[in-house]
Design a protein around this ligand. Structure first.
Ligand SMILES: [Zn+2]
Length: 1037
């Protein structure tokens, strides 16, 4: 899966994974999710008599018999709810669960009663006890894993989504299972589904028409989202049985499970489509299934559609047959799939159109979109097959399916999802129109396409045993996507961009005490959804890149290819990969025989954070003492974390009298048992040394003052002697070491002195990104004016050198450099920039049909600053263009820019619009509006008040806490008052913050760090500015 951020987007990715809208045990709100409430209404209105049970979220009623109406009102009282016992342990745990077992700390829950419910449909009294929590925190052990008694082999799934009807889904499922351990229970996952209990049958394979085994009890475990059929007799170990049932599901509007999306066609007619998003735990919303990644099976799918639509799924259609007795409906019957995990199953029913081609190896490749947007899919169709073919070669493993579909969905919560053979995208991640969209939008498209195609091997062919190893999926796809882009667009220098887009950003998150290890035990869906974060993606990608370099390219590819071959159609854990890579490394002699990849990589995956390597040279310079220490922005004196952080560090370095930045294999290994080592044979003290060549190691480097001075001198004398990536590294390390108090700001800002000669984008971007922190910290202080003048002195020469006129023929990184320079010059209110922006926008307002007036690369700057400096008129024009546009990235750009206005009432109205369903802003884009308002100096307090005041409504809107909203509005909090407000906010909403619990810890820590930084550095920066001619004081004479 890909998050919904990317190049050119301001918002962080954390929390941008699909909204796993699951609210286990929530005391808040309604027990029936909104979609289900609508469903109930629909059934009521249509008078449909359902004969099953509403499963999950449904009111904790004791239900008797299977013919009861669905419309039992929810009990307002909590007193008599049947409650399941806590601390249940599962006696039949499969081995893999040991790492995934969950201990969830529950906060004090006031006087609320937490309920866990099992509903039975027999007259026996449910096995329940009641616990009421009244204050003290308690530990809760919930094993959410399925019992290890049954293994699914094959599913037959038949679904008829009533897209243009009442949104119900008429379903039938048969699942053939092998019995691993004799049992009288069949337990599988189910959520927001109504089973028809009288249709539920369990029969031995091969005797499906026989009497079968009698189901004596149907049980529903809401907490675990289990359906359990209790049988009169045991299923025999080693035998195969088939469970079958009819059920009714619901096409929700929550962007998960099997859901509905809407759009207007070229005539303005509203159209509907039905689409799936299952990762991580939502296949169970579409059909009852064993919804764990380790339980692979083959799937045979039937989708019913009306004849004026079409359907797609993972495999090709083998026949289309009429639906009996239903005029205008047909069944599309799909070929049986390869063995795969449930989260990768996908269905789409739509009236979309497609373009197609075939790859070299004759795989049919199709791209689907709304008919009026189809031409925007041409770029994806160009790069997709090229990258697919390249990956076949790179992984040395053919793409196993006969076809690959990709489809752009108007409503989509993540960036994209790698469903096998049917990749789903949000429109901006797959569609690109060169006349309308910026170069960064184009890179976003090819990056996401490459990422999802990489998953076809890494994730789909070989799948993690459990979500603990999610990082393997996402880290690999996030790294290999750069290899894919580099193949499709070799002139873009994406391998240089990697450090900017991934490493520098995740370094910042991973320097908090509240970070987390990349490999983390998870169980509950709330926990699973939290690890679709930057640590899994960007740190995962960064340490895999490090491994690629210390193993060398040939060894890395050999190990990968062997791993994929050994585990194809099966599941694996990180240790399986380490073994294959170690074997390859020992064969190729790229690692010493007594050193394994596991030994090295465990120090990077099982503990959080990363080291700073301190290099201190001897007085004559010819040797250096190298030490390692965890890099933290602030070391808490009272930290409870007593773990001793040490890593296996691949040290690479080069020297001033013979610079060579290409040898990225470890020259020396620093062991995790070593705090200091000595590096001999360095040049004399007048020559610099640089460690971490091309920043391939996931660590920062600090030097003694003399070496820093040598580096500054070298940059001033001839910066090109130092590799471009290392120039960016030196800037980023220096500024972050200064932020953490490990290097003087005088030294860090001294590095900036050479920038007047810098022409490359990557070092410039590293420099500017790091200045953003100073700018944000000082924005509301008296020192800001002087800082602004300093920043303008750095930026204006760059602005002048790139010019306001854009050229799409320039190299990509030159286009990015111009985009960055202009956006900063305008942000710093450089008069020429603001005038240009206003003039071009005004020209466009006078010629609204002429879309070529503003170069796509400059749109974000022009829109934002024309609206910021303008009035209601400019804002309204942007809104009308937003409504009119047929291009997703253009709509995004306008949505972000409308958050730039300084008119408080417009910002307030805009926030309200974002979270209402009929405003014209899609639910998937609400975070963008919120983030834009929060990024605006005028809007931030407004957004923060809005989040506090409207928390319940926002929670309801998403069905969960959205960590990215909290992160975006608090990222620059730096006052004690703001910290108090944040803590109060956490206390008040602790019940709702399950899915954002880590995020809230992180933003509180970040705020504390910012406050500490202000206390320790504000005066330092102001003095430095004064001393360097940027006076912060007005003349008093
Ligand atoms: Zn992914």
């Amino acid at each position: 899966m890909t998050g919904s951020r990317r190049a050119g987007e301001l918002l962080a990715m954390e929390g941008s994974h699909p909204e796993h809208v699951i609210s286990f045990g929530k005391s808040k709100g309604c027990y029936v999710s909104r979609g289900v409430a609508v469903l109930l209404g629909v059934f009521f209105v249509s008078g449909l008599v359902a004969t099953g049970l509403l499963v999950y979220h449904y009111a904790p009623q004791e239900r008797v018999g299977s013919q009861e109406s669905l419309l039992v009102p929810r009990t307002p009282s909590t007193e008599r709810r049947p409650v399941m016992t806590r601390r249940r342990t599962n006696p039949t745990k499969r081995p893999a669960t040991t790492r995934a077992n969950v201990t969830r700390k529950k906060p004090p829950s006031g006087t609320k009663t937490k309920t866990k419910t099992i509903i039975t449909t027999t007259t026996t009294i449910p096995f329940t006890t009641t616990t009421t929590t009244t204050g003290e925190p308690f530990q809760e052990d919930i094993d959410v894993r399925l019992p290890n008694t049954l293994k699914p082999l094959h599913y037959l799934v038949k679904l008829q989504p009533l897209i243009n009807g009442n949104f119900s889904i008429l379903g039938y499922v048969e699942v053939e299972m092998e019995v691993l351990e004799s049992t009288s229970n069949v337990t599988l996952h189910i959520a927001d589904i109504i089973t028809k209990n009288e249709t539920i049958r369990v029969a031995p394979s091969g005797d499906l028409d026989g009497p079968g085994l009698r189901v004596i009890k149907h049980l529903y475990d809401h907490e675990r989202q289990f359906y359990l059929a209790h049988l009169e007799e045991e299923l025999q170990q080693g035998h195969k049985y088939v469970l079958s049932m009819e059920f009714t599901g619901y096409l929700n509007d929550q962007l998960h499970g099997f859901y509905r999306s809407t759009y207007r066609d070229a005539d303005g007619t509203e159209k509907m489509l039905a689409v799936t998003q299952f990762q991580a735990t939502d296949a169970r919303r579409a059909f009852p299934c064993f919804d764990e990644p380790g339980l692979k099976a083959t799937f045979e799918v039937y989708l019913a559609r009306s004849t004026n639509m079409s359907s797609i799924s993972n495999m090709p259609i083998i026949e289309t047959i009429p639906v009996e007795d239903e005029e205008g409906w047909v069944w599309d019957h799909y070929d049986t799939s390869v063995p795969m995990s449930t989260y990768l199953v996908a269905f789409v029913v739509s009236d979309f159109a497609y373009l197609s081609t075939t790859t070299n190896n004759k795989t049919l490749f199709r791209v689907w979109a709304r008919e009026s947007a189809l031409q925007q899919a041409k770029y994806s169709l160009q790069v997709g097959p090229a990258i697919l073919t390249h990956f076949e070669d790179y992984f040395n493993q053919s793409y196993p399916l006969p076809k690959q579909d990709m489809i752009a969905i108007p409503d989509f919560s993540a960036g994209a999802m790698e469903n096998w053979g049917l990749i789903t995208y949000r429109e901006t991640a797959m569609l690109y129109d060169s006349r309308v969209s910026a170069a960064s939008n184009k890179q976003y498209v090819v990056a996401v396409v490459a990422h999802e195609l990489a998953h076809q091997w890494f994730g789909n062919l070989v799948t993690p045993v459990w979500w603990t190893d999610l990082w393997l999926n996402e880290g690999f796809a996030s790294y290999v996507e750069y290899i894919g882009i580099n193949h499709a667009e070799p002139t873009w220098k994406v391998m240089e961009q990697f450090v900017l887009n991934e490493m520098h950003i995740v370094f910042s998150l991973d320097s908090l005490e509240s970070s987390h290890p990349i490999s983390i035990p998870v169980g509950h869906p709330d926990e699973i959804s939290q690890i679709f974060d930057r640590i899994s993606y960007a740190k995962g990608a960064s340490i895999i890149r490090m491994m690629n370099h210390f193993l060398t390219e040939a060894t890395f590819r050999k190990g990968l290819s062997n791993y994929l071959d050994a585990f194809k159609y099966e599941n694996a854990e990180q240790d399986d990969l380490w073994r294959q890579l170690t074997t390859a490394a020992h064969q190729d002699d790229t690692l010493p025989q007594d050193l394994t990849v596991k030994t090295i990589m465990d120090t990077w995956t099982l503990q959080m954070g990363y080291p700073v390597i301190k290099v201190e040279r001897s007085p004559d310079g010819t040797s250096a003492t190298v030490s390692q220490e965890r890099f933290l922005l602030v070391k808490e004196a009272d930290s409870e974390d007593t773990h001793e952080y040490k890593w296996w560090v691949p040290l690479t370095y080069t020297v001033g009298d013979d610079p060579n930045f290409n040898e990225t294999r470890a020259k020396v290994w620093m062991k995790d048992s070593e705090t200091h080592i000595t590096i001999p044979s360095l040049p004399t003290k007048d020559q610099w040394v640089i460690f971490n060549l091309q920043e391939t190691g996931y660590y920062r480097v600090n030097y003694d003052q003399d070496n820093w001075n040598l580096l500054i001198q070298q940059l001033l004398a001839d910066h090109r002697v130092i590799n471009t990536i290392n120039r960016a590294q030196i800037i980023d390390d220096a500024m972050n070491l200064a932020k953490a108090g490990q290097v003087a700001y005088d030294t860090a800002l001294g590095v900036y002195n050479y920038l007047g000669k810098e022409t490359e984008f990557v070092p410039w971007a590293a420099a500017i990104n790091n200045l953003a922190y100073l700018k944000e910290m000082l924005a509301r202080t008296g020192g800001y004016g002087a800082l602004k003048n300093y920043l303008l002195d750095i930026l204006v020469p760059l602005y002048d050198s790139v010019g306001f006129d854009d050229s799409r023929d320039d190299p990509l990184l030159d286009q990015y450099k111009r985009q960055k320079a202009l956006s900063w010059a305008c942000e710093l209110e450089h008069p020429d920039c603001l005038q240009n922006a206003a003039a071009i926008y005004a020209h466009w307002m006078n010629n609204p049909e002429n879309s070529s007036i503003i170069s796509p690369n400059l749109k974000s700057t022009v829109y934002c600053h024309a609206i910021a400096e303008g009035s209601e008129k400019e804002w309204n024009f942007a809104w009308s263009q937003y409504l009119k546009s047929n291009v997703g990235s253009e709509k995004n750009g306008l949505l972000s820019a409308m958050g730039c206005t300084k008119q408080v009432w417009i910002l307030s109205r805009y926030l309200e619009m974002a979270f209402s369903s009929d405003s014209g802003i899609r639910k998937q884009d609400a975070f963008r509006v919120f983030g834009a308002v929060a990024a605006n100096e005028v809007g931030r307090p407004l957004a923060w008040s809005f989040l506090q005041d409207e928390w319940d409504a926002i929670f309801e809107f998403y069905g969960k806490a959205k960590s990215r909203l909290i992160k975006s509005v608090t990222s620059y909090f730096n006052t004690v008052q703001q910290l108090k407000e944040l803590r109060l906010f956490r206390r008040e909403h602790i019940e709702d913050l399950d899915s954002a619990s880590r995020a809230i810890r992180q933003v509180i820590e970040r705020t504390r760090i910012n406050i500490a930084w202000m206390n320790g550095n504000y005066d330092v920066i102001v003095n430095w500015l004064d001393e360097n001619g940027y006076s912060t004081k007005l003349s008093s004479a």
